[in-house]
Design a protein around this ligand. Structure first.
Ligand SMILES: Nc1nc2c(ncn2[C@@H]2O[C@H](COP(=O)(O)OP(=O)(O)O)[C@@H](O)[C@H]2O)c(=O)[nH]1
Ligand SMILES: [Mg+2]
Length: 292
């Protein structure tokens, strides 16, 4: 069944959750009509705040995300979650206890949870995640939480597209500063030492203090420190990059994706044949593709 993009857009603007879910699927699959839909939704965006939540598997990102949802709902904000982590309890990955904790939000109409499946999609994860965030922004969610695993460039890119990024680390599990990927600390607006109920939190905080990024200790399982985390996120939001600086990153990512998506696989294969046989050089071919 096809719904006209403008009809679907109207339903999304009225925050109809089935229509939002439908739009997410269209956008994620880059289905026909999805760009028209995004065009019609775009004028209604710009109000949501996007928080990236990243860190190594097991650091407690999903638990923390769930605790943030609970706290934001207590403050009457509408919250959307995009879980890029395939092992996320939101997507049904984790152990039963965790999953039940996350599932409590599914019954709440003020919460929308979406997991993304398009890992390794041509052109990268970041542009489609950002498009999804725009759909949710148009639907009136004030907060968009994006949980990503802090491994690989894709995840770093996703975090970079967010308004602020919380990097979650925890004591133990070899998670000392040396074990934390340097690149991931660099994108942090706030460092979260989660599992602060576990030994080693003091040492970790001392080690991390040299990064000169605000540090918050949390116990995601009890909600301890969540209000303090939100306070730091608000500060990061106030002092963070302005809209134009963010759009430079986003436009670059969107441009690269669009160009890659337009590349016909047959044309690519033919070019590879010519170049590997030294019948053509790659520079001329790319100039031809770009019409320069
Ligand atoms: N002791 C303790 N355990 C936690 C805390 N936060 C999360 N966990 C547990 O750590 C495990 C991994 O959490 P999860 O949120 O799935 O981590 P993720 O892979 O980073 O999303 C789960 O068993 C959680 O219950 C915490 O603050 N303290
Ligand atoms: Mg997770």
């Amino acid at each position: 069944m096809r719904v006209h993009p403008s009809t679907l857009a109207e339903h999304i603007l009225r925050a109809d959750s089935r229509s939002i879910a439908r739009a997410c699927t269209l956008v994620e699959n880059r289905a026909p009509g999805s760009v028209d839909l995004l065009k019609s939704l775009f004028p209604h965006t710009g109000r949501a705040f996007t928080l990236g939540i990243t860190g190594a598997p097991g650091a407690g990102k999903s638990t923390l995300t769930s605790a943030l949802v609970t706290e934001l709902r207590r403050r009457a904000a509408r919250v959307a979650v995009i879980a890029v982590d395939p092992s996320s309890p939101f997507t049904g990955g984790a152990v039963l206890g965790d999953r039940i904790r996350m599932l409590q939000h599914h019954a709440d109409p003020g919460v929308f949870i979406r997991s993304m499946a398009t890992r390794g999609a041509l052109g990268g994860l970041a542009p489609s995640t950002h498009d999804l965030a725009l759909v949710l922004d148009a639907a009136g969610f004030e907060w968009i939480l994006i949980e990503t695993v802090g491994v690989g460039q894709d995840e770093v890119d996703v975090a970079r597209l967010a308004g602020a990024t919380a990097v979650v680390v925890c004591p133990g599990a070899g998670d000392d500063v040396q074990a934390i990927k340097a690149g991931i600390l660099e994108i942090a607006s706030v460092l979260v030492i989660n599992k602060a109920d576990q030994p080693g939190a003091n040492q970790l905080e001392r080690d991390l203090s040299e990064w000169h990024v605000p540090i918050v200790r949390t116990v995601a399982t009890t909600g301890e420190g969540i209000a303090a985390l939100l306070e730091q996120v608000h500060k990061a939001r106030a002092s963070g990059p302005n809209g134009e600086a963010q759009w430079i990153l986003r436009l670059r990512a969107m441009y690269a994706e669009r160009i890659l998506r337009n590349l016909d696989p047959a044309r690519l294969a033919e070019a590879a044949r010519l170049v590997s046989g030294r019948q053509a050089d790659p520079y001329t071919i790319i100039e031809e593709w770009l019409n320069i």
